[in-house]
Design a protein around this ligand. Structure first.
Ligand SMILES: C[S@@+](CC[C@H](N)C(=O)[O-])C[C@H]1O[C@@H](n2cnc3c(N)ncnc32)[C@H](O)[C@@H]1O
Ligand SMILES: [Zn+2]
Length: 347
């Protein structure tokens, strides 16, 4: 933890300032220590990261445990260069930036950035290009340890283990918040989004990506399967995720296309030509297989879908309403099959 972080954060229980007691320093980093608020609430700094999560309810703990195990198992596959580039391009495209230069120009206008649910920190790194800004990367799971290990030496990124529903910051603190593929994994996507907007200053910008509601048979299958998989042990769910990966792989390797002659409205299937794996994937069953043929990462993607207790899907209208309700003007909206990417400006 960088020493100056104590000036920015507050107690997630009572929102009072912290005093820092450090026990072990290395270079400019506090490796172990204690944060004590003006009301006496104590939070430990362990392995360089302040640990600020206070929610101990079952759904939250199970969801975060799922991500801790996912990232523990698969972190190295998600730090690989080709994946980073692929994710970066996908991010720039979904959020309408088109290219990195445009996004960096925008970042130059942002001084306090929240990466809400950073996972293993790749997005925080992308947001840190302006050295005059401070990037606060938080995640409730142990992924934050992998993020810190990989990017902890970047001078303007702070890593915190914290809950986006109990943020250790003052209201209206940020001028850019990004929560990419995270909010649908919280107890309630809508209230989590609305809570985040309270931490945005006027004219601040908030970008989110949430899962899109899929076609009816796929939704039916997801609900049915997830009822089983979210109560499995981690090991059982990894095995199930491998089954789905093998299935995705063999379907993909068919390299066969089918032609659906006319729309099937009840199933929300559109007439057209589809690759067999893609057709089954989007309309019937999540069986992910990465185009770059990385088996472990594909298992990770399937596991990520089937194991977390919370994984809600939403319609574009729902998302538009959340923005309207919070007086946040939508400036970019993109719906793709998997999800909805939205950027808005707080009025
Ligand atoms: C699918 S990952 C996305 C990570 C990253 N934003 C990305 O785009 O690669 C979702 C992350 O959200 C985190 N998360 C879920 N609920 C959270 C909460 N209430 N507070 C903080 N992080 C949370 C999980 O721990 C997980 O690492
Ligand atoms: Zn306190």
């Amino acid at each position: 933890m960088k020493i100056n972080l104590v000036n920015y954060i507050v107690c997630p229980k009572c929102y009072k300032s912290f005093t820092l007691k450090s026990e072990k320093y290395e270079k400019n980093e506090i490796v172990n220590g204690l944060l004590i608020c003006n009301n006496g609430h104590k939070f430990r700094i362990i392995r360089g990261i302040p640990r600020l999560v206070i929610d101990d309810t079952t759904g939250f703990v199970k969801t975060e445990a799922a991500f801790s195990s996912k990232w523990k198992k698969y972190n190295k596959f998600y730090h690989q260069k080709n994946w980073l580039l692929h994710q970066q391009n996908w991010f720039l495209d979904r959020f309408g930036w088109k290219n990195l230069a445009n996004f960096n120009k925008f970042l130059k206008t942002r001084s306090k950035i929240l990466d809400a649910g950073t996972g293993i920190g790749n997005s925080a790194k992308l947001f840190s290009t302006n050295p005059k800004s401070q990037v606060f990367a938080i995640d409730a799971s142990e992924s934050i340890d992998f993020a810190y290990k990989r990017y902890g030496n970047t001078s303007n990124i702070h890593f915190l283990q914290a809950d986006i529903r109990r943020l250790p910051f003052r209201k209206r603190f940020f001028n850019f918040i990004c929560s990419d593929q995270v909010l649908h994994h919280t107890k309630n996507t809508e209230t989590s989004f609305k809570n985040l907007t309270k931490y945005l200053e006027k004219n601040g910008v908030i970008s989110i990506y949430v899962y899109n509601k899929k076609a009816p048979m796929r939704e039916f299958a997801d609900d049915f399967i997830r009822e089983h998989t979210t109560t499995m042990t981690e090991k059982e769910c990894v095995e199930f995720s491998k089954d789905m990966t093998y299935l995705g792989k063999v379907l993909s390797q068919l390299k066969k296309k089918i032609k659906i002659p006319r729309d099937i409205p009840v199933l929300k299937i559109k007439a057209g030509t589809y690759d067999v794996q893609r057709f089954i994937y989007w309309y019937f069953l999540k069986c992910f297989w990465a185009e770059d043929a990385n088996f472990e990462r594909s298992v990770g993607v399937n596991f990520d879908w089937y194991f977390p207790k919370f994984a809600f899907r939403h319609t574009p209208d729902e998302v538009r309403k959340w923005y309207a309700d919070t007086k946040t003007k939508i400036v970019n909206f993109k719906e793709i099959e998997s999800g909805i990417s939205v950027t808005g400006k707080k009025l």
